[in-house]
Design a protein around this ligand. Structure first.
Ligand SMILES: [Zn+2]
Length: 153
């Protein structure tokens, strides 16, 4: 099935539905701002299920190669992206009591509709490094910039 614009996460989980597809970086608004290649393809998959504790959950996976700006040389650097996360949907009142111990699990408020592509975009942005760079020694800062010397803390 093609990816619906919005899904009810509780129904999606209860029915064990799944969607997968590919999206171009340029089609996601926030991602388009950091991606230097709007044609870059990211594959995604969302799989709904009920956890053992009966809470509705969606396993989300994204993978692809994105081209972003190296923060040292300001050239293009490719980031090989593979990320997975479990999203658990709780009534808003229950969120405050959650002890978030697992980095790969996110708790979200139960809403009637969430946009799968919003979840995908969020995951891609979380998976990207805050300050992408070529590997050490792989590039140099352009002459006249501050980044060439040792970093001061
Ligand atoms: Zn670089």
């Amino acid at each position: 099935m093609s990816t619906p614009e919005r899904v009810d996460p509780v129904q999606f989980a209860r029915l064990g539905e799944s969607v997968q597809g590919r999206v171009k970086a340029g089609e996601l608004q926030r991602l388009a701002e950091v991606s230097r290649n709007p044609e870059a393809n990211v594959g995604y998959e969302l799989r709904g299920y009920l956890r053992k504790d009966e809470k509705p959950a969606i396993d989300l996976a994204v993978s692809g190669v994105l081209t972003v700006t190296c923060q040292r040389c300001l050239g293009e650097v490719e980031i090989d992206l593979h990320s997975e996360r479990t999203l658990v949907f709780l009534p808003a009142a229950g969120l405050a009591q959650v002890q978030d111990e697992d980095d790969d699990v996110d708790y979200l408020p139960r809403e009637e509709g969430v946009a799968p592509l919003d979840l995908v975009e969020e995951e891609i942005l979380l998976a990207l490094p805050m300050a992408p760079r070529h590997p050490p020694g792989g590039c140099e800062a352009p002459a006249g910039t501050q980044d060439s010397g040792p970093e001061l803390h």
